[in-house]
Ligand binder design. Structure first.
Ligand SMILES: [Zn+2]
Length: 412
């Protein structure tokens, strides 16, 4: 980020609140709390949290929220955990971290510490995020820093893969939160050197083609679902996509057929469409559907020419299996100015990035949202070799706390 983007007024405001004695002492606390923060991180990482199975972590987090002194602690019907630090305003600023992992319930969660490093599946994504969420809430509560807008702390379910952002989607479908959260900070993984301000959208489909099937010799001419898919893939693959906004498509899985001398009764494929622009995703979805229509027609044509009847024609079903909306933080948004001012004050450099995170949901609704790391460094996300290094974590935590205070505001 270039310094020319720093907004002098917001920079002054951030410097002013960082100078309050209670804020200074709160910011200084993180370094001393590190052993406790690492312990929270290991404790939560030892609880399995596969997509649609996050309840153990939700209970754990609700207990931490109560211990710390957040109010209105509750778990909603999909398993999201909420805790509130009350204040005076009507709107909330939210700080959230996803509590799910990509690992199935049977994955051994061998979480251990060696020096400044933590090892174990999920320890960084999103053990680091959850630890930061609890750490910031804890320091804020115990140091009694006053702020104008109330802050809601959220541990949400369903960020990864098939979870399809269901936790955050539910938060923004619940009238209480949808109508009151004015800006959202999402903590995802480790680090303090990025700001995700552009939401990469994706739409995923399972395409199933069915036909009458038959013998490769005696039923030759019956529509073949694998050929339908092949024709459709060929046509889709010729669809032009712009370099900007970056737009991509992929056929990631293809299945079908039973034996070399059978005309298959069914074949299926999984398709992934991505872009930072919803318009491009819609356009690609249309291209996919047109390609499938053409392919089905082309494959059914010989059958109808021979007087084949409709029940024996190939048919195609398209199921949506994922939908993450795209969105973008406007360059002049207050949230972007705040995080830049905070980074300026802390001497931190960060890159604006584009990714698919929980921020997709508020961004797609036109709300201000960013996703940032929970400090420290990490690697090997989504593997059993995942690690997190606590060195310098307090920079990331100070960055989060200052951002939250600047967003929530502190009276004169
Ligand atoms: Zn994550």
């Amino acid at each position: 980020m270039s310094n020319t983007d720093v907004h002098p007024q917001i920079q002054e405001e951030v410097a002013r609140l960082a100078g309050f004695p209670e804020v200074r002492s709160a910011l200084g606390r993180f370094r001393f709390e590190e052993p406790q923060i690492a312990q929270w991180q290991m404790d939560v990482s030892r609880l399995p949290a596969p997509p649609f199975g996050e309840n153990l972590r939700a209970e754990w987090l609700a207990n931490r929220f109560r211990e710390i002194g957040l109010t209105e602690v509750e778990i909603d019907e999909v398993g999201n955990v909420f805790g509130v630090r009350p204040a005076y305003g009507r709107h909330f600023v939210s700080l959230s971290a996803h509590i799910d992992t990509v690992f199935p319930a049977t994955t051994p969660l061998n979480v251990r510490q060696q020096g400044s490093r933590l090892y174990g599946p999920g320890v960084s994504d999103n053990g680091a995020g959850i630890a930061a969420l609890v750490a910031v809430a804890s320091v804020l509560c115990s140091s009694q820093v006053p702020h104008t807008l109330p802050i809601v702390f959220i541990g949400n379910v369903g960020e990864e893969g098939e979870g399809d952002l269901r936790g955050m989607r539910h938060v923004f479908q619940t009238p209480r939160w949808r109508d009151s959260i004015s800006s959202s900070v999402i903590i995802d993984g480790a680090g303090s050197d990025t700001v995700v301000a552009e939401a990469l959208g994706s739409r995923r489909f399972e395409v199933i083609v069915r036909g009458p099937g038959g013998h490769s010799w005696s039923d030759f001419g019956a529509p073949n679902p694998i050929i339908v898919l092949a024709r459709a893939i060929q046509m889709l693959s010729e669809t032009p996509v712009p370099a900007s906004p970056k737009t991509t498509f992929n056929i990631g899985v293809i299945r079908g057929g039973t034996s070399v001398n059978s005309i298959p009764e069914s074949a299926s494929m999984r398709v992934d469409l991505r872009s930072t622009s919803m318009v491009e995703i819609d356009r690609l979805e249309r291209a996919l559907r047109i390609a499938l229509d053409h392919a089905v027609d082309a494959e059914n044509r010989p059958a109808s020419a021979r007087g084949g009847r409709r029940p024996h024609a190939a048919q195609c079903e398209v199921l949506e299996i994922g939908n993450r909306p795209a969105g973008e933080l406007p360059p002049d948004s207050r949230l972007l100015k705040v995080i830049r001012a905070v980074d300026g004050l802390l001497g931190n450099t960060a890159q604006v990035q584009r990714a698919s995170t929980d921020a997709n949901i508020p961004l797609s609704l036109g709300r201000e949202a960013i996703a940032i790391g929970g400090g420290g460094t990490g690697g090997g996300a989504h593997t059993l070799q995942e690690w997190f290094d606590c060195t310098g974590r307090d920079l990331g935590l100070r960055r989060i706390l200052l951002t939250m205070l600047a967003l929530a505001g502190m009276g004169e």
